[in-house]
Design a protein around this ligand. Structure first.
Ligand code: CP
Length: 306
């Protein structure tokens, strides 16, 4: 694998399959009474999160601990970032202490690329602004493959705030590469111009997008990134694009409902859908640990790193 994982485009198709296959083996470790292997003993991993996170930060930390790495969480709120230190200076100072990997979440698109240029450590993008969230797309693919046994030929409907979503970008790159038929739907203000160039079909009608879908992936309304009036009201948004049981009924009988979290219940998804029999939302969270163990293991050199 490349030195860093910043984008799904950093992975070949074979490497994507390798991550998913390795995650199967990693999941077995999490089912043992003692959930720990010595694979990354002696490696130091810094989790540098400039943006809020529940799932990604926790699952990286659990993954690192299960692989016996020495892990360190930088709490930006109590670091010298508050005194005005730049991302580059913070990274260079962390580098001076010789970590092996830095897991970075940042509000700016491309923040991981900056660290990649100036750091010897391997950089894993844990979400950069509106750009990408590659490990989320990998865990989503793992979850779909677990339920459907394939990705090729599946109809995947991705619905919501497409414009501000790094989850969308990484999933479109990954799912189209693996042969899925990807549909997207959202209000015109939330649909990136020219999105069809990425090999997806865009529909302004959510009912068309979910018709016969094997997978429905809901995206969060990113209120922290909305700068202006994108939608008339949250209530109208739910009426027009929210995932309700009536809309789910248009999909295949064995559809799975996904959401990367955090969810806005009653805005992009109804509670009875989020908690209902088709929902695999908490499975996505559980699979995040195994997939991130696989990414850490493979970036560290896989079997050669043992
Ligand atoms: N899916 C996701 O990135 O969730 P967090 O923001 O909680 O990490």
């Amino acid at each position: 694998m490349k030195k860093d994982l910043l984008s799904i485009d950093d992975l070949t198709t074979d490497e994507i399959h390798l991550v998913l296959d390795t995650a199967e083996a990693m999941r077995e470790i999490g089912q043992r009474p003692i959930k720990k292997v010595p694979t990354l003993r002696g490696k130091t991993i810094v989790n540098l999160f400039y943006e809020a996170s529940t799932r990604t930060r926790t699952s990286f930390e659990i993954a690192e601990k299960r692989l016996s790495a020495d892990t360190l969480n930088i709490a930006v709120a109590t670091s010298s970032v508050l005194k005005g230190e730049t991302l580059a200076d913070t990274a260079m100072n962390i580098e001076a202490m010789a970590p092996d990997m830095i897991v970075l979440r940042h509000a700016s698109s491309g923040a991981g690329h900056l660290l990649s240029r100036i750091c010897r450590s391997r950089i894993i993008n844990a979400g950069d602004g509106m750009h990408e969230h590659p490990t989320q797309a990998l865990l989503d693919a793992f979850t779909i493959r677990e339920h459907k046994k394939r990705l090729d030929g599946l109809k995947v409907a991705i619905v919501g705030d497409l414009l501000h979503s790094r989850v969308l970008r990484s999933n479109v790159l990954l799912l189209t590469r693996l042969g899925a038929d990807v549909w997207v739907s959202g209000p015109p203000t939330f649909v990136p111009h020219g999105i069809e160039r990425f090999g997806v079909r865009a529909s302004p009608r959510v009912d068309e997008a979910v018709e016969g879908a094997d997978v429905i992936m809901m995206l969060r309304i990113q209120q922290e990134r909305l700068n202006g009036a994108f939608i008339p009201s949250l209530r109208e948004y739910f009426t027009t694009f929210g995932m309700t049981a009536e809309r789910v009924a248009r999909a295949r009988p064995d559809v799975i409902i996904m959401h990367p979290g955090p969810m806005n219940r009653g805005v992009e998804i109804a509670s009875d859908v989020a908690d209902g029999p088709y929902s695999v939302i908490l499975e996505q969270v559980a699979n995040g640990v195994a997939v991130r163990m696989a990414v850490l293991y493979l970036l560290a050199g896989g079997a050669e790193g043992d």
